[in-house]
Design a protein around this ligand. Sequence first.
Ligand SMILES: [Fe+2]
Ligand SMILES: [Fe+2]
Length: 228
Amino acid sequence: MEPFKSNDKLFDLVNKNHNLLPVFNRFGIRPGFKDKTVTDACAEKNINKEFFLAVVNTYHNPVHFPEEELLSFSPKLIVDYLQRTHEYYIDYFLPKIEAHLNKFIENNSSKDLKMIITFYDKYKKEFLLHIKDEEENVFPYVLKLLNKRDEGDDLMFTISFEKEHTNVEVKLSDLKNLLLKYLEPAYDDNDFNEFLSSLFQFEKDIIDHARIEDKILVPQIEKIKKTK
Ligand SMILES: [Fe+2]
Ligand SMILES: [Fe+2]
């Protein structure tokens, strides 16, 4: 799969992969593309074009992970992008999953329904706690380090992103397993499929997100700490 390039048109990118639209939105790029290329749109919105392309290509192709390139961008750019992604999860994606879940529950007479709701609630709680920790501790710490204002104890700060990401991902996969393997099919098929596919979509998104945190942000933090 060829990565997208700066002279590609936005319209063509979305035609090839419409799931890129929310990624565009995180950079403030919205449809009404006309014949604009990536270069045009990034110039117009004052976006770092290389960073935009690295994120888009990472998202588009799971095998493509331009680690070296991503590592070269300012951690501030990475943090901004990750924060916008968190907003997208909280304001849009979780409510969307819940709307599907509610519809699924409405037309469902399975006796295991309570278990599904409990699994989802547990997952959501863990996910939100994880995001809260990043927003309140990890990201401010990175920005402080960058501004070289950090002293003493903060340097002892350790990041256990990778372990936490695995925990969050396992909980989501437990929920999917329960739905696919064990739930008595006493529900409307379309409602089930929609709920499940929203979970799969979410999973793909958060895996990419966590990969940027684990493989890019964490090494960047280590690097800044070493050069201090
Ligand atoms: Fe995150
Ligand atoms: Fe995370």
